[in-house]
Design a protein around this ligand. Structure first.
Ligand code: G1P
Length: 296
């Protein structure tokens, strides 16, 4: 029997410089896909997977992100008074239980592994999830839920994974596969951003279910790729110490919302998936494409 996963870490301390000037005054996690901030997608996915405690690893300048989770009492009562029940429902669906959210500060940008380590005391001695909000995944059931289901079978630790073109492996953590069981693979190693000879083309995508021993590995605060403390290295240590690590080829489409092109693609995909927008939006997109073709 695996222990229930009820805690998730959201490393949100990054500066988001790739989205300057927008990120001069708003945290990148508040940037919106259609009408929901990136962080809301991550929270919704975590809730669907049964997460009850949400741990944000923040940094300076993330005040707007903390405020986002306050209940908007005045707005709620004015919507209630004016009978705008649909908007009220949308607003209320974002409300979090009191005490469900905790914030810890990462005082220095020392890498993803360090960010996760900063939350160690809040996690304690139980398995936990990590969600990287830049990786937005459209999937049913949502990716983390798929992982929880798979993890209930396998135990150990698990990362989300997908195949990427060979020339793209250097941008990811990459799995060294011991056994390929189809949707699930067993890893015999993991390398962060391999410059050459990637062990496979299976990239780690930003969803993790980790055994608490990963936090002990992070205690070493060892520098890895790019001089940063890497989560990948702490997971690789699990394997070296004889514990199981799996990858799940999740069903769904992943968007790299840490890049401008990925963000635009996600906007199109999520716009087209919305009943209230897809008609008009699809027409507009086909007009744009037709005009481009005519101009060629
Ligand atoms: C991080 C992880 C990397 C993973 C990637 C997924 O890298 O370190 O292992 O493959 O997220 O998006 P980053 O993109 O933050 O450099």
């Amino acid at each position: 029997m695996t222990r229930k996963v009820t805690k998730a870490i959201f490393p949100v301390a990054g500066l988001g410089t790739r989205f300057l000037p927008a990120t001069k005054s708003i945290p990148k996690e508040i940037m919106t896909l259609v009408d929901r901030p990136l962080i809301q997608y991550a929270i919704d996915e975590a809730r669907a997977a049964g997460i009850e405690e949400f741990i944000f690893v923040t940094s300076r300048g993330k005040g707007a992100l903390e405020d986002y989770f306050d209940h908007a009492h005045e707005l709620e009562s004015s919507l209630k008074k004016s009978g705008k029940t649909e908007l009220l429902d949308i607003l209320r669906s974002t409300n979090m239980d009191s005490g469900a959210i905790a914030y810890v500060r990462q005082h220095k940008a020392l890498g993803l592994g360090h960010a996760v380590w900063c939350a160690r005391r809040l996690v304690g001695d139980e398995p936990f999830a990590v969600i990287l909000t830049d990786d937005v995944i459209m999937g049913e059931p949502p990716c983390l839920q798929q992982m929880i289901e798979a993890y209930q079978e396998t135990g150990g630790s698990m990362v989300a994974t997908m195949e990427v073109p060979a020339d793209k492996t250097k941008a990811y953590g990459v799995l060294d596969v011991a056994e390929d069981m189809g949707a699930i693979v067993r890893a015999q190693g993991m390398v962060e951003k391999p410059k050459e000879n990637p062990p496979s083309n299976l990239a780690v995508i930003g969803r993790y279910i980790l055994a608490p021993t990963v936090l002990n590995n992070l205690n070493k605060l060892k520098q890895g790729s790019g001089g940063e403390i890497q989560l990948t290295d702490a997971i690789a240590d699990e394997i070296a110490e004889g514990r199981d690590v799996f990858g799940l080829r999740f069903r769904g489409q992943r968007f790299d919302c840490g890049s401008k092109a990925g963000f635009l693609q996600a906007t199109v995909a999520f716009g087209l998936a919305r009943d209230d927008l897809k008609g008009e939006f699809a027409d507009y997109l086909s007009d744009v494409l037709a005009m481009r073709k005519a101009a060629e």
